[in-house]
Design a binder for this molecule. Structure first.
Ligand SMILES: [Zn+2]
Length: 201
């Protein structure tokens, strides 16, 4: 039994349950919708914004290092190769996973979830809910790459007479992560179960 099947509407802000017909929550005044009609649009809007910001994050330098008048710039992938060249395989792997595998995986997962609404899906509703939970869980760890840049800056500052500045890519990457998190948050996981209920199988 779900609230929707019982003909009730729950406030998404304070969780008070209402009979249908109320336009706003009687307790906190938030607008009441059984399902937000613009929910999926918000998901796609943030998703596209995140994808757009992910492009400069990869083509512009993540780090600008100036050492004794000699300046080097590194993109994310360039940084990974440089770390491998310095035999820092572990850090290279962390940077690669945090800045390539996880963001791309998130874009694919959110798009897959949004597309599977109102459609027959190859994954069961339970599997899709797990996928959503993983995407939500990863969200808070996605800034790892920005932290890696911050830590690298600190390390380089210690070792050489050098100046390290985060490049344009660091800002773009942080924005891309923030936008994908908003995209995942706009997604209403109850929609997964709605499709399942409508489906007689
Ligand atoms: Zn409320």
């Amino acid at each position: 039994m779900t609230a929707r099947r019982a003909g009730l509407v729950a406030c998404t802000t304070c969780c008070k349950v209402h009979h249908p017909g109320e336009a706003t929550c009687l307790r906190c005044g938030s607008p009441l919708h059984s399902r937000d009609p613009a929910g999926l649009q918000n998901v796609w809007a943030w998703w596209i914004a995140g994808l757009i910001m992910y492009i400069p994050a990869n083509i512009y330098p993540m780090l600008r290092t100036a050492s004794l008048g000699h300046e080097t710039q590194n993109t994310i992938i360039g940084g990974v190769f440089e770390l491998i060249a310095y035999n820092s395989y572990g850090v290279a792997l962390i940077v690669f996973i945090a800045s390539v595998i996880i963001p791309v995986g998130k874009f694919v997962a959110i798009a897959f979830l949004a597309l599977s609404i109102n459609r027959a899906s190859i994954l069961s509703a339970r599997a899709r809910l797990h996928l959503y939970e993983v995407v939500e869980f990863i969200g808070r760890w996605s800034m790892l790459d920005v932290f890696v840049v911050a830590i690298l800056s600190a390390l380089v500052q210690f070792e050489f007479v050098a100046n390290v500045h985060p490049g344009i890519a660091a800002v773009s990457f942080a924005l891309s992560v923030a936008f994908t998190m908003l995209s995942a948050q706009s997604f209403d996981p109850r929609l997964i179960w709605d499709t399942d209920e409508a489906d007689p199988t």
